[in-house]
Write a protein of this length. Sequence first.
Length: 263
Amino acid sequence: MTLGQYELLGRLGARVHGTRHGNEPPVVLLHGLTYDHRQWDPLIDELTAREPDRLIVAFDLPGHGRSPDAESCRPSDIALSLHRCLDPLGAAAPIVVGHSFGAVVATAYAAVHPAAAVVNIDRPLLAGAFAQRLGELEPLLRGPQWRDVWDEQLAAMGIDALPPRARELVRTATAPRQELLLAYWQELLEETSEELARRRTWQLRAIRGAGVDYTHVAGNDVSPLYARWLTALLPRARVVTLPGSGHFPHLVHPAVIADLLTV
């Protein structure tokens, strides 16, 4: 396994590989809720085997790994923190790859900061049904049974069907905490689905205006309604389905994800 140097960039920890040499844009990797930079080890192995010197930065988001908690875990605020961390590295206009919640942050980042592309791994940006379910479960989430809410989410991720290495990584490299879930789901709990949809629509229009490529990678078939919404806002967006990978296509098919980042 290829290991880069772990650094503290501003207030965020990150595993940094390679340097800012060559013509390929840097790659920024943003994990999902309760996980950390280790989620990206298989993909980093693929990328560094192809381009050993390419700059890759795998962050620990606030409250994850070695990164301390932040006052706000709203996607736009995290995106601003990331931009401030990347600036000293010379990592201008990166490809921003996000898994799950990290994909929401990646989208928010590219809407307001220079980016070469966004790769959204298995996170639909319209959160209607998910937000509604969270609202129903909010009393549990704020009480001593909060872990039941997280376990319900895990049950829908297709973890049992993952290959052994991926399954082990998903089950062990995670640290759920009640306050972490509440902080990261604050936007979903406090705002209506219509408000969230308007924000995501604005972000995608900004991404289109900036000419940023956008790829949505899904582990299961994407809803036709969602695909139409996405491509209406981003006519050049790619939707890539990798069947059988559940919520973790980057762990089951790291070579395919690497192909998306090296063409």
